[in-house]
Design a protein around this ligand. Structure first.
Ligand SMILES: Nc1ncnc2c1ncn2[C@@H]1O[C@H](COP(=O)(O)OP(=O)(O)O)[C@@H](O)[C@H]1O
Ligand SMILES: [Mg+2]
Length: 403
């Protein structure tokens, strides 16, 4: 059973993976029409915001149609997947672990108790006052507890930007549809940790983490907003540092109680220290998983489905070539009209595709207000530096048209 939100980027990739494995698929979504054109065996309509109702519906469903595994394809379905799996005794993360991992404050507390290296943090309540700002060490990072993709994450360097940042987050939260996300005005205020940043993609099995890929983020992410741009793998970090990365990420999974399924972690480091920035109980977002191929072309989605069906994972690691993606965010607010220069961007050596993922006519917001991807550039090459250069050149040929 694949839990796929109607607006997921991952629909096609997960359905293709399931079909290649010869699995009979039930797609559960908020509306049955969302995956029309693709061919799952069955549909089930679920309200992902209410995991208990999803579990009850799934218990009814399996009386007629037994299922062997349940996969939540992204952030919005992991809680429902955990509730369903628990109620059907399928291997998954416990619901409590998922709840903690999806709350940035609970995550920090839990990692803190386990002594895991992470930025110092405190909980604060909006609105932020100048008096509170006087007590903060700058630079710091302000963060809503339940958003992702960099939405609402703001660096503040002084009292003024601290108070303004708080006000900005209030505005972002106020217009949110989801009550849980609007929350009660609590946010995280963290020490800003400098240094390089990487992303770790892995699968946890019986409490052990297998790292599938480590991505470097070669463009600096220094704020005040954090629009991720390039991800490239393999990492240029030394084997010694990568060992520490794996060990720290695994410790963090154990601390959070994440015991089964994909994880996507972000870490920063500066040569001496290594800090967990975030650890999410899901695979990489957007279309970025398309950078990854294992053995003879096996996809990440295929590994995830195999994991949840209790099948063995292929021995082979990622392919030998380097691979990367350039995520494209809205540079400003307005109505998206399209890209100019697509042909040029696609013709750059090493570039495999430039995919546009937003319809013309849609209103878009830049970070930190909106975390929508307008598109993705994919490249492969001999080395990670070569791939990074291809992605940069391709991106430089694109112009985003926003009215
Ligand atoms: N404490 C911090 N110090 C430095 N940079 C940070 C810190 N927290 C977040 N960032 C930057 O902001 C980005 C987004 O923050 P993150 O906690 O990962 O939220 P999200 O769930 O939106 O991805 C990170 O990838 C990192 O670049
Ligand atoms: Mg993040």
């Amino acid at each position: 059973m694949l839990l796929i939100p109607t607006t997921s980027y991952r629909t096609e990739d997960f359905l293709n993976a399931a079909s290649n494995l010869g699995a009979q698929v039930t797609v559960a979504s908020e509306e049955p029409s969302s995956v029309a054109g693709l061919s799952p065996t069955r549909f089930l309509t679920l309200d992902f915001s209410d995991p208990e109702s999803c579990a009850a519906a799934a218990r009814e469903f399996v009386k007629e149609h037994p299922i062997r595994g349940v996969v939540g394809v992204d952030d919005r379905t992991t809680r429902a997947a955990a509730a369903i799996a628990e109620s059907l005794s399928l291997p998954q993360n416990p619901p409590l672990a998922v709840e903690i991992a999806q709350d940035k404050l609970l995550t920090r507390r839990c990692l803190g108790e386990a002594g895991i290296s992470q930025p110092r943090f405190r909980e604060m309540k909006l609105p932020l006052s100048s008096a509170e700002g006087e007590e903060i060490e700058f630079p710091c990072v302000l963060k809503p507890l339940h958003l992702s993709g960099g939405a609402g994450v703001i660096r503040a360097d002084d009292v003024e930007s601290f108070v303004d940042g708080g006000r900005h987050i209030e505005g972002i939260l106020q217009v949110h549809e989801d009550e849980k996300i609007r929350g009660d005005g609590r946010i995280l205020v963290e020490e800003y940790v400098p240094g390089w940043e990487i992303a770790v993609e892995g699968i946890v099995r019986e409490g052990r983490l297998s790292v599938l890929a480590v991505f470097d983020k070669p463009d600096p992410l220094e704020g005040p907003y954090f629009a991720e741009s390039i991800y490239v793998t393999p990492s240029n970090l030394s084997g010694e540092i990568l060992k520490k990365v794996t060990a720290l990420t695994e410790e963090a999974c154990v601390a959070l109680g994440l015991i089964s399924g994909p994880i996507h972690a972000e870490l920063r480091g500066d040569g001496e220290n290594l800090w967990i920035i975030e650890i999410a109980p899901r695979s990489i977002g957007g279309l970025c998983s398309r950078t990854l191929r294992f053995g003879a072309g096996v996809t990440l989605e295929s590994l995830i489905i195999r994991h949840h069906l209790g099948l063995s994972l292929p021995e082979e690691g990622r392919e030998d070539r380097s691979a990367g993606v350039r995520m494209i965010h809205a540079p400003k607010a307005g109505v998206f009209r399209g890209f100019q220069g697509l042909d040029g961007a696609r013709s750059v050596s090493g570039v495999e595709s430039v995919d546009v993922t937003v319809h013309a006519g849609r209103e878009v917001l830049p970070l930190p207000d909106g975390a929508l991807y307008l598109g993705f550039i994919f490249a492969r090459g001999k080395t990670s530096s070569e791939v990074t250069a291809s992605l940069r050149e391709s991106f430089s040929k694109l112009e985003v048209i926003i009215e």
